[in-house]
Ligand binder design. Sequence first.
Ligand code: GCO
Ligand code: MG
Length: 408
Amino acid sequence: MRIERAEVLVTSPGRNFVTLRITTTDGVVGLGDATLNGRELAVVSYLRDHLVPLLVGREANDIEDTWQYLYRGAYWRRGPVTMSAIAAVDMALWDIKGKVAGLPVYQLLGGRSRRGGLAYGHASGSTLEALFTSVRNHLDEGFRAIRIQTGVPGLKKIYGVGGDQARGQKYDYEPAGRTAVPVEEDWDTRFYLQHIPGVFEAVRAEFGAGLPLLHDAHHRLTPNQAAQLGRSLEPYDLFWLEDCTPAENQEALRRVRAMTTTPLAIGEVLNSVHDYQTLITEQLIDYVRSSVTHGGGITAMRKLMDFAAIYGIRSGFHGPTDISPVGMAAALHLSIALHNFGIVEYMPHNAQTLEVFRTGYTFTDGLLDPGEAPGLGVEVDDELAATFPYTPAYLPVNRLLDGTVHDW
Ligand code: GCO
Ligand code: MG
């Protein structure tokens, strides 16, 4: 069974998604997610101009060989554009293999390790009152683990803090801005560090000790600041503190780790096992945050997680709405099969997106399940997809109060 055709679909039902569709000589179709938020068209070109011509005529069954061919054969290894493109090919080939076998992909990965994957939702509010409403709404929707982000006095707007949920603005920071250039936001780490511990104290007082709580620092702190935050949050027993320092400096986590017992998660911008080498072998983190979409696909993420398992490190795959339903399904098949699963991020896609992509995964009692359909279990409606053309959209840029550009 050879690859007959590979096409790249770009659609924007509220936000941009890049999907690779591979069709085999037997007429089996597989889908892969290649969405790289804010740099989508770079991956479209990488796929269309450089990978599709290499794929046509290849044996569709040989997933490992194709992965190595695209990774080692390119000379230029790693990086988010390359790894997202390879991930899409990899996912599409697993989708095809599952359909040919008549099995959901998780069965091909060793079968089920649990009933479902614990998912966390994004609660946020510019004030404590708005935050509490958002937490309650998430609990009503069935979430059993919740990420907490709030506004900070003295700062105008903070990434990850949504608008008025009653007006349907739940995740209005995702996408951050469908504008020609990025929106600019302000930032002051001292204001932030002074404010956050009190927020967690209030959330614990309101919602009790049992609810798993998470927090994302979005790479904005120095190692000392991160250590200070981790220590000040210890009384509130976080499930994790995410991306406390810029992820490219693995050694920075040594200082943080030595200073706090708050569990650490990092890696949504990392895309290779090599980016994790120090983090994993020195046990500097508790959770791997890469997505299957940006981390080279199921093949690569399985290996990364097996490496992490030796050190007791678990998965916490990135699952914001810029991971398409196809990427989300791939993450769920892997999550359900891995022994060292930890948690998975879940921001439900909007209704338009779920019309373009018909998904088979389910969310019940706080757990996500990939479903039993053969392959990944996601289908795309071409005609509908074509009615939502690509729209430039960018994450915000941060400036300190004196105008200096700050870490994302
Ligand atoms: C998260 C994130 C996202 C990212 C976004 C980038 O933890 O979900 O930090 O909000 O910023 O996905 O593309
Ligand atoms: Mg994050």
